[in-house]
Design a protein. Structure first.
Length: 592
């Protein structure tokens, strides 16, 4: 050991080199440049981890397999790459729903705590935002053992269904710790994603500050990074990648309440006729039941007005709630002038059309039934309804159980009258007393209480009892699309391999951004000006506009989105030399 140290000392003193006299150096910095492959890898990695990790999809169906779940996730990733505003609007809608549900459950908690001294521990639950997100994503399901519910096995409770259970004091016990244990969310993984995305933003801003060119791929990546940050903020409390929902135990009240929920929800629609089983049945409270044809108490409304319950699906198409306007027939009780191929019921001195399957109600219903077939309108008699079958014994049993459940709902509303508009629809259509005064007929509100599964994207026109105007969500979609297009339009003066690609890029970005701005302004105006709402209704129902949109506008819009993404990659084939220079970070660090 001493000999080795002595040899090393002598070599050091004499300056002898062991590499043949080559010059030596200390720490060496690499060239201040990057390659094309570095840009691609950095952007693709950022895009992938941002879109993949930011997605918090709802609970899948129990029958789904691993391949189906992966395929669903891939579809959403593709959607996030080409139309990120739709993913952001989905997260925004779920955020509104979860926040609304938490607020409603808290109202019930405070009411029972203050007014109902005998409330059980179950009735005094107050849910966190994580528990509400768990309900919104379809994490709560009910085993349908009743014969009156068609064989769907397990049904998912929607946010509206959980809200009804909370209102009635039957909120299921869902432990937040168990939800977090099921969730695959990882704080460290989220931190690393945010770190990578943040580095991309800092690097791009530094290049702009030092007047170094930025590639189109980096600009496109920046747009998705911003959307990913928005998704993280909206979905931060939502559980991630839950496959096994929580089952609610079958209790005594379940059959009655499930029957009512089933009759109100879209799950009972037949052949997509958009008419629920509850729609033709008006409700008479226990205190007002004397005879089936007794008018309901008057309200301060003008004749022929309907106040739909908040979130009612019937409000989407009021014409189908009102029923066929031509169904009243002259001829009266003697039957003269009536079409013998159609079923009729007598109301006063007139006869009106009823669906064949609903004739059974006029034989079964008695004054003690809270739900009885309306003696004014039969929605099943609409010309475009092809459901002409006898009511099954299961459907009749559902009706009898729903009569019991709706009484519980009404009794609770009597104690808390401000919530009546959430669960009941009031209408003066066709109901008048002897003095020809408009009367208020009560109908049970049609909300999506239960479903086969809760979809990730319910659509832009319905948020249930959230009581958010449908244009609010549409405005978010439009503004996000405008921001996405505007970001890409900001690169109009950057380098493009050819002039044609430059103008195609500007056209596609301008079309995306401008259409978003115009749609956002239109949707906002629809909330304030009635004429815009009528115009939207006309556009939505015009066959010519629908054909033009499906055949021309939608393909052009999709082509523009695809071109932006594809051009961001192929433009790398020719770039200025300064693109490959990296920023001088010493400009931003304190030094002497």
């Amino acid at each position: 050991m001493f000999t080795l140290c002595l040899v090393a000392f002598l070599f050091a003193r004499r300056g002898v080199s062991t590499d043949g006299g080559a010059p030596l150096t200390g720490w060496y910095e690499p060239p201040n440049e990057r390659g094309t492959w570095d840009i691609i890898v950095s952007c693709v990695l950022t895009l992938t981890i941002c879109v993949w990790s930011a997605l918090h999809l709802n609970v899948p169906t129990e029958e789904s397999k691993l391949a189906e779940r992966n395929y669903r996730r891939v579809r959403w990733i593709v959607l996030g790459l080409f139309a990120p505003e739709l993913v952001v609007s989905t997260a925004f809608g779920q955020f509104l729903t979860a926040r609304w549900l938490r607020g409603e459950i808290r109202k019930d908690f405070l009411y029972r705590k203050e007014h109902v001294r005998w409330s059980s521990e179950q009735q005094l639950q107050e849910w966190s935002i994580t528990q509400c997100y768990y309900a919104v994503m379809g994490g709560i399901r009910i085993q349908t053992n009743s014969e009156c519910i068609p064989s769907h096995g397990r049904l998912s409770l929607t946010a509206e269904g959980v809200r009804m259970l909370s209102f009635l004091g039957r909120l299921p016990e869902i432990d937040e710790g168990q939800i977090e244990d099921k969730s695959k969310a990882d704080g460290l993984a989220k931190f690393l994603v945010v770190l990578q995305a943040g580095w991309m933003i800092i690097q791009t801003l530094a290049r702009v500050h030092q007047k170094l060119p930025v590639t189109l791929l980096e600009i496109n990546t920046m747009g998705h990074v911003v959307c990913a940050f928005a998704l993280y903020g909206l979905w931060w409390s939502k559980p991630l990648d839950i496959k096994d929902p929580t089952m609610v135990l079958n209790e005594e009240w379940q059959d009655r309440l499930l029957s009512l929920m089933w009759m109100c929800s879209p799950i009972c629609w037949h052949n997509d006729d958009f008419i629920s089983e509850i729609r033709c049945l008006q409700y008479t409270p226990p205190s007002e039941r004397q005879s089936i044809n007794t008018p309901i108490s008057p309200i301060e409304q003008k004749p022929q007005k309907t106040h739909f319950s908040i979130g009612s699906i019937g409000a989407q198409d009021p014409i189908k709630f009102i029923g066929p306007l031509d169904q009243f027939q002259q001829g009266g009780v003697d039957g003269e002038g009536l079409d013998h191929n159609v079923s009729y019921a007598v109301h006063g001195k007139k006869s009106f059309k009823i669906a064949k399957e609903h004739t059974i109600f006029f034989q079964l219903q008695t004054p003690h039934h809270g739900l009885h077939h309306s003696a004014v309108y039969c929605r099943r008699a609409l010309k475009d309804c092809d459901f002409h079958e006898e009511l099954s014994p299961a459907a009749i049993k559902r009706w009898e159980l729903a009569c019991l459940a709706v009484d519980d709902l009404w009794t609770t509303c009597v104690r808390r009258p401000e919530f009546t508009e959430y669960f009941f629809t009031l209408s003066t259509l066709g109901s008048k007393d002897k003095d020809d005064t408009a009367m208020a007929t009560k109908f049970v509100g049609e909300l999506a209480y239960i479903a086969d599964h809760v979809p990730n994207f319910p659509g832009l026109g319905y948020l249930g009892s959230v009581n958010v105007h449908r244009d609010a969500l549409k405005s978010v979609v439009a503004f996000t699309g405008a921001a996405y297009g505007g970001l890409h339009l900001a690169a109009w003066n950057d380098f493009f391999p050819t002039v044609a690609e430059k103008w195609l890029w500007i056209s596609c970005a301008l079309a995306t951004g401008a259409s978003g701005v115009l749609l956002a302004l239109f949707f906002l105006a629809s909330q304030k000006v009635k004429a815009f709402e009528y115009l939207e209704h006309f556009i939505r129902n015009s066959k010519a506009i629908k054909w033009t949109s499906a055949s021309i506008i939608t393909p052009l819009f999709l082509t523009a989105r695809i071109f932006i993404v594809v051009e961001a990659f192929i433009s790398l084939r020719r770039q200025p030399a300064d693109v490959y220079k990296t920023p001088e970070w010493s400009e931003y660090l304190p030094h002497l």
